[in-house]
Design a protein around this ligand. Structure first.
Ligand code: SF4
Length: 464
């Protein structure tokens, strides 16, 4: 969407009935959030149901066309959306639709291994800053080349996961065997190539599934194949320009960058989601097995930074996924909104009237770090609303003041829970000590610089 399009341009083309079916009470609110990428046009049902809006709908489609189209993988109720990027860089506008991570399950494994792997991928979860970070898709890979085995494995995977699927083979016969089993799952077909395009594109039309286009290291041919598919009526495509090992990784990064910049400059053929395949690391394993995993991890991180909308990987070892999921979480967090938690008093463990009272800010990263350091103690933790800023920035920006601390102590009701009047403050807030004491009547004890020092500090210094 052009950055010059404003909410009024959108609003004027909407039905303007304020019917509320989109979840907003007014069409104006919907228009504003549509520009921010919170909604798609499909979220306004009247536009699509009533033929009198057809002309406006066509105009809206053109007006709101993102730089990169999106595709949905999986059945509607649990589809994973990839692409839909409206800008090249996150600082221009919040990124939506986080890079989806698909983990492979190959059909040469035993049934038990397949069921176990599918379940583990399904249940994989890391918690960071209060958010559950998960894997998104399972890529069922044909290694045997046997259509019958492929269909059995697709079925087995479906019995053990709720994750949407990617069906991987270049053989139309194999793909069709998988699609026949998984047609209601609307999987991503991976992939159409210059050699198989006629048969595989027929399958995409027949089963109404999105299609990955694989043309390694030749953007001209990639564009040409996408054009052929568009002419055939296939609109939902994702692009895989190849992921290469060694020196070839330079080409990979260059191709990803050139494709996305072409999309930014209005190239509709290249304005489609990008797929990276760090799984390639396993085709030439390193002498030390761990190095193959680390190579896959850093390739995945590099591709995520270079606009990949989806990654196909092999390892879901926590040390491979942790850096990737952390990076993804950071990139896909709205930079305009600091990550914050609810302010208020937290009761940790079973504190009594002599239990220590401490405070921290409601910046999520600080909060969860402090919480993990005190979770085995019995204490009260006062979380002060600093609009999501950490201690030092909040003090510098006057979001954390002695007034706020005194007020929070009063409002929290902690005065009724303990009989002492002592509060431990982070060392970074030491300069507020005198003022807090004057305003609250509580004695301020300056705590350790890092919250990991709290347990030791309490053992040594806490005398209620
Ligand atoms: S569903 Fe459409 S018409 Fe109804 S309030 Fe939302 S934007 Fe307006």
């Amino acid at each position: 969407m052009s950055k010059k399009v404003g909410p009024l341009d959108i609003y004027n083309l909407l039905p303007r009935t304020n019917c509320g079916r989109c979840g907003e009470s007014t069409c104006m609110a919907f228009a504003t959030k549509l520009i921010d990428g919170v909604y798609e046009l499909e979220d306004c049902p009247p536009l699509f149901e009533d033929p009198k809006y057809a002309e406006n709908l066509a105009k809206l489609k053109e007006l709101t066309r993102p730089m990169v189209t999106y595709i949905d993988i999986g059945p509607k109720e649990r589809a994973v959306r990839i692409g839909g990027k409206r800008v090249l860089y996150r600082h221009e506008l919040t990124y939506h639709n986080p890079t989806a991570i698909a983990i492979d399950v190959s059909d040469d494994l035993s049934d038990d291994e397949i069921a176990k792997r599918a379940k583990e991928i399904d249940e994989f979860k890391l918690v960071r800053i209060g958010e559950e970070l998960k894997l998104d898709l399972i890529a069922v890979r044909s290694v045997t080349g046997d259509p019958k085995r492929f269909s059995e494995v697709v079925k087995l995977v479906m019995e053990n996961t709720q994750k949407p699927l990617v069906l991987c083979s270049f053989d139309p016969e194999v793909l069709e065997a998988g699609l026949a089993v998984a047609k209601d799952q609307k999987p991503l077909i991976y992939a159409v190539t210059e050699k198989n395009w006629k048969d595989v594109s027929d399958l995409a039309l027949m089963y109404d599934c999105p299609l990955a286009v694989f043309v390694p290291n030749d953007l001209k041919k990639l564009r040409s194949l996408v054009n052929t598919l568009f002419e055939k009526g296939i609109e939902k495509v994702a692009l895989d320009p190849g992921t290469f090992l060694g020196e070839g990784f330079k080409d990979t990064i260059n191709n990803f960058t050139m494709i996305r910049k072409a999309a930014r400059d209005g190239d509709k053929l290249l304005g489609n989601p990008l797929i990276g395949v760090p799984l390639i690391s396993w085709t030439k394993p390193e002498a030390v097995p761990e190095l193959t995993k680390w190579r896959e991890a850093w390739m995945a991180c590099a591709l995520l930074l270079r606009f990949a909308d989806m990654l196909i990987m092999h390892s879901y070892d926590v040390w491979v996924q942790l850096p990737l999921l952390t990076l993804r979480q950071n990139i896909y967090t709205d930079p305009r909104k600091p990550v914050a938690v609810e302010p208020g008093l937290r009761v940790v463990g079973n504190p009594d009237e002599n239990a220590p009272v401490m405070f921290t800010t409601n910046f999520a990263l600080t909060y969860f770090t402090v919480m993990s350091d005190v979770e085995k103690l019995d204490c009260y933790l006062l979380v002060i609303d600093t609009e999501g800023l950490g201690v030092d920035s909040a003090i510098a920006g006057r979001k954390l003041t002695a007034d706020k601390v005194a007020e929070a102590i009063k409002e929290s009701g902690v005065e009724q829970k303990v009989k002492h009047r002592k509060i431990i403050v982070p060392q970074l807030a030491a300069r507020l000590k005198g003022e807090i004491e004057d305003l609250s009547g509580w004695e301020v004890i300056v705590g350790p610089r890092d919250s990991s020092g709290i347990p030791g500090f309490l053992q040594e210094r806490w005398k209620p």
